[in-house]
Design a protein around this ligand. Structure first.
Ligand SMILES: [Zn+2]
Ligand SMILES: [Zn+2]
Length: 140
C-alpha cells in the first residue's frame, strides 16, 4: 500500500507530544497497517482479542487525542460512521463507492488545485471526498 512513511511509531508519537503507551501504539499501528479508513468498531474487533483491557471508549479517546495532535484525521465521507485515517506527509482524497461501500484513496496534489476564490485565505484542513460507483462495480 501507498504512503508508509512513518517508520518508528514510538518516536512519531513522542515527537507530537503523545506518551506512547502500549495501547496507543497498537491503535496507531493498526491504522497504519490496515487499509486505513477504519471505524472505532473495526479497531476494536481487530485488537481486543490481543489487548484484553481495551475498550471502545479507550479507542475513541485515543483517536480523539490523535486527531487533536493532527496525526490522524476523521474522514467525513460516511454519514453513519466516523472513519479514521493516518495523516501522511502527502494529503490524499477519498472516493466512496455507493455500491460496494469501498473507500478508495485518491492521490492528487492539493497545492496545485486551481482554486481561484481563495486568494489570501489560510487553509487549515484539506479534504476531498467523492462518492459514486467504482470501476469494479461499473464493470458488473
Ligand atoms: Zn464499488
Ligand atoms: Zn485514505
Amino acid at each position: 500500500m501507498r504512503g508508509i512513511d512513518i517508520v518508528d511509531i514510538d518516536d512519531h508519537l513522542r515527537k507530537t507530544g503523545i506518551k506512547p503507551s502500549y495501547q496507543r501504539k497498537a491503535i496507531f499501528e493498526y491504522l497504519m497497517n490496515s487499509n486505513c479508513h477504519s471505524t472505532v468498531n473495526d479497531i476494536y474487533m481487530a485488537l481486543s482479542s490481543n489487548i484484553s483491557t481495551l475498550s471502545k471508549t479507550t479507542i475513541y479517546n485515543t483517536l480523539n487525542l490523535f486527531v487533536d495532535h493532527n496525526i490522524v484525521e476523521v474522514i467525513n465521507i460516511d454519514p453513519n460512521e466516523a472513519r479514521y485515517d493516518i495523516v501522511r506527509e502527502v494529503p490524499h482524497g477519498h472516493f466512496k463507492c455507493e455500491e460496494c461501500g469501498e473507500i478508495y484513496d485518491i492521490f492528487l496534489d492539493f497545492n496545485t488545485l486551481p482554486i481561484k476564490d481563495l486568494n489570501n485565505f489560510t487553509i487549515k484542513t484539506q479534504q476531498i471526498n467523492l462518492t459514486g460507483i467504482c470501476g469494479k462495480c461499473n464493470e458488473k
